[in-house]
Write a protein that binds this ligand. Structure first.
Ligand code: SAM
Length: 342
């Protein structure tokens, strides 16, 4: 029998290392979906403790920029590490015949990983004499995170891979250079705070990257593209992963052909894939945004990717909740704007 995880305990999360405000924003958005009242404590730019009623696995499964996380066991100053680790009641979190491993993430410059791993390993064995170590196939991983002069210890049983590599755009039946990478597309879907079973619309869906990531987290999806070739390609790409959209509509999104979506996430056309109506990107963005409020309800979100050089004039129907930047290459920095419907 697995030891049940109490949902009310504090959780910890370690973010991946990219330099963007998008990473923290994704974690906050995900936590907000499952517990609006959760409280955050920042330990380091990449390390957060969250006190809330949700299962850490739910967040880990969806997250794009979350490397690991789980239940918080303790956190302390480095000088107190032996005493703190030795006082953890590991037997409350692991069964008597647990197969476990210890894994340490060292965000400091001090060479302490091995020492912490050894202390964790012996502390677990002292508390649970029949526990066995397996680096290949552990059922629980005790995690240590060293940052500055701080040590955090947690436990997780979430190990599944996200499959970014296996979903690389070039491995899909239909490819176009305007495609978004799956990790980024997943991050955008999460910023929209869409829940499993709700409808997410991408009105400029191209090859379907956003539709794919939204479908994988269990949202229902609708895509629109003015190009028939893109619509067919997006459907082929979805089918490649055994997924299906509610619909992929060949239409002009400057006159949105649908009445309702719980969330909208899109990467507007610019450069080589500009609008069919020959509008400048700035005008297209403004025109599109002005009608988004007719589709997405009050209090819900619309996430728009656009070049940083093209700013969105403050629209009346929305509050700009967040603004992020993602460097792509010397000529393109993407802006990600999260709008909340008024
Ligand atoms: C930047 S690409 C989207 C790429 C997509 N996110 C992906 O990962 O493949 C923009 C798309 O908008 C489409 N588009 C341009 N003008 C449009 C319009 N007025 N209505 C609907 N789609 C349009 C283009 O055909 C293009 O596929």
């Amino acid at each position: 029998m697995e030891t049940p995880i109490p949902e009310s305990r504090k959780k910890f999360f370690l973010l991946s290392g990219e330099k963007s405000t998008l990473l923290q924003a994704e974690l906050r958005a995900l936590v907000e979906i499952y517990d609006r009242k959760a409280r955050f404590e920042k330990i380091h730019d990449r390390v957060f403790v969250v006190d809330g009623k949700f299962s850490p696995d739910t967040i880990l499964k969806r997250g794009a920029y979350i490397n690991t996380g789980g239940l918080l066991l303790t956190h302390c100053k480095m000088e107190d590490m032996e005493r703190s680790i030795n006082s953890i009641a590991f037997e409350d979190f692991m069964e008597s015949s647990v197969i476990f491993s210890a894994s340490v993430f060292n965000l400091s410059h001090k060479p302490l990983s091995e020492k912490v791993e050894v202390i964790i390993g012996s502390a677990v064995k002292r508390r649970i004499p029949d526990a066995r170590v397996s680096l290949k196939d552990p059922k629980k991983i005790v995690i240590g995170i060293i940052s500055d002069n701080h040590l955090l210890i947690g436990v997780t049983d979430y190990m599944s891979k996200k499959g970014w590599r296996s979903r690389r755009p070039r491995t899909r039946p239909f490819f176009h250079p305007s495609v978004l990478y799956p990790k980024f597309a997943r991050g955008l879907v999460n910023l929209s705070r869409v829940r499993e079973g709700e409808v997410l619309l991408d009105p400029f869906c191209g090859t379907g990257s956003i539709l794919i990531e939204a479908s994988l987290i269990g949202a229902k999806t609708v895509g629109i593209d003015v190009s028939m070739k893109m619509c067919r390609g997006a459907m082929d790409n979805l089918r490649h992963y055994g997924l299906e959209a509610l619909g992929v509509i060949n239409s002009d999104s400057l006159r949105l052909p649908i009445r309702h979506a719980d969330a909208m996430v899109t990467d507007i056309p610019y450069g080589r894939c500009s609008s069919s109506r020959g509008l400048k990107t700035k005008d297209l963005l403004q025109e599109f945004v002005s009608q988004a409020g007719d589709v997405v309800p009050r209090g819900r979100y619309c996430v728009i990717v656009h070049p940083k050089t093209i700013e969105l004039d403050s629209p009346e129907a929305f509050d700009v909740k967040e603004d992020h930047e993602v460097y792509v290459h010397s000529r393109l920095t993407r802006a990600v704007t999260v709008l909340e419907m008024r």
